[in-house]
Write a protein that binds this ligand. Structure first.
Ligand SMILES: *Cc1c(COP(=O)(O)O)cnc(C)c1O
Length: 246
C-alpha cells in the first residue's frame, strides 16, 4: 500500500468537490481519470483499490508493459498520448476502450480498418489544440468540425466528445480561454447535428488547472502528479516529440 496515494486521492476529491460547489455542479458530473505515465503497476493498483477505475497511458510501450500486471484488477483503459498508426494493433490488444487523442483523419481511417477486421468499435474524443502551442498535439480549433464530420462517417468509431490540454501558464484567465474554446466548439458541433456524433464528454483539466476546467464545464479531468507525485521525466518527453518520429 502506498498511503500517500490514498491521501492524495482524497485531497483531489476535495478539490473536485470544492470546484463543483463553486460552479453549481454536481460532483458526479465530473469523472476522475488517472494519468498513469511513469507510474508502476503496484502504485496504480493502490489507486484502483480505492475505487478509481478509469486510467490512461500516453505511450503504447508503457501500456503494453503494464498490461499483464493490471489485467486481474478491474479497470477501464483510455489512451491520451500521440498515437502512431502502426501502434493501433497494440491499443486493441490492450483493450483500450477510448482513444482521447484522435487528431487526424489518417489515424481515424487506419483505426476504422483495424476495428472492422476485429469486428469491434471504439469510443474516441477529438483532441483540439486550444493553446496554439506547437509542442502540443491536436487539431486546429477551426478544423475541428471538419474532422468530426469525416470521423462520423467511419461507423466503428464512436465520437463521444472533445479533449484538450490547456495552456501551461500561471495566468488562470489565459488557461480558462482554452477550456472556454473547447466548450464553445462542443456547442458548435452539437448545433451542426451530425448523425452518430455524441458530444457529452469534455476531457480537460490536469493537476494544476482542473478547478478552472470544472468551472468551464469539464466532464472528465485527467490527473497524474496530484495523485502519484512528481514524475522523473519532464512532460516535454511526452509532448514535444517531432511528429515524424513519435
Ligand atoms: C500527464 C498527462 C496528464 C496529467 O498531468 P498532471 O499534470 O500530472 O496531472 C493529463 N493529460 C495528458 C494528456 C497527460 O499526458
Amino acid at each position: 500500500m502506498y498511503s500517500s496515494i490514498l491521501e492524495n486521492l482524497k485531497a483531489v476529491q476535495e478539490r473536485i468537490h470544492a470546484a463543483c460547489t463553486k460552479s453549481g455542479r454536481s460532483t458526479d458530473e465530473v469523472k476522475l481519470l488517472l494519468a498513469t505515465k511513469t507510474v508502476s503497476p503496484d502504485r496504480i493498483k493502490t489507486a484502483l483499490s480505492a475505487g478509481h477505475t478509469l486510467i490512461a497511458e500516453n505511450k503504447v510501450q508503457e501500456l503494453k508493459d503494464k498490461y499483464e500486471a493490471l489485467h486481474s484488477v478491474p479497470h477501464v483503459n483510455h489512451f491520451i498520448g500521440h498515437l502512431q498508426t502502426n501502434k493501433i494493433k497494440d491499443l486493441l490488444a490492450c483493450e483500450v476502450s477510448c482513444l482521447q487523442s484522435l487528431d487526424r483523419f489518417a489515424l481515424a481511417e487506419k483505426l476504422q480498418q483495424k476495428l472492422e477486421a476485429a469486428n469491434r468499435s471504439m469510443d474516441v474524443l477529438i483532441q483540439v489544440n486550444t493553446s496554439g502551442e506547437s509542442s502540443k498535439f491536436g487539431i486546429e480549433p477551426d478544423e475541428t468540425i471538419t474532422l468530426v464530420r469525416q470521423v462520423a462517417a467511419l461507423e466503428r468509431l464512436k465520437i463521444r466528445g472533445l479533449m484538450t490540454i490547456g495552456l501551461f501558464s500561471s495566468d488562470t484567465e489565459k488557461v480558462r480561454e482554452c477550456f472556454r474554446m473547447l466548450k464553445s466548439l462542443q456547442e458548435q458541433v452539437r448545433a451542426a447535428n451530425i448523425p452518430g456524433v455524441q458530444m457529452q464528454e469534455l476531457s480537460m483539466g490536469m493537476s494544476g488547472d482542473f478547478e478552472t476546467a470544472i468551472e468551464e464545464g469539464a466532464t472528465m479531468i485527467r490527473v497524474g502528479t496530484a495523485v502519484f507525485g512528481q514524475r522523473q521525466y519532464p512532460d516535454s518527453y511526452y509532448w514535444n516529440e517531432n511528429r515524424e518520429n513519435v
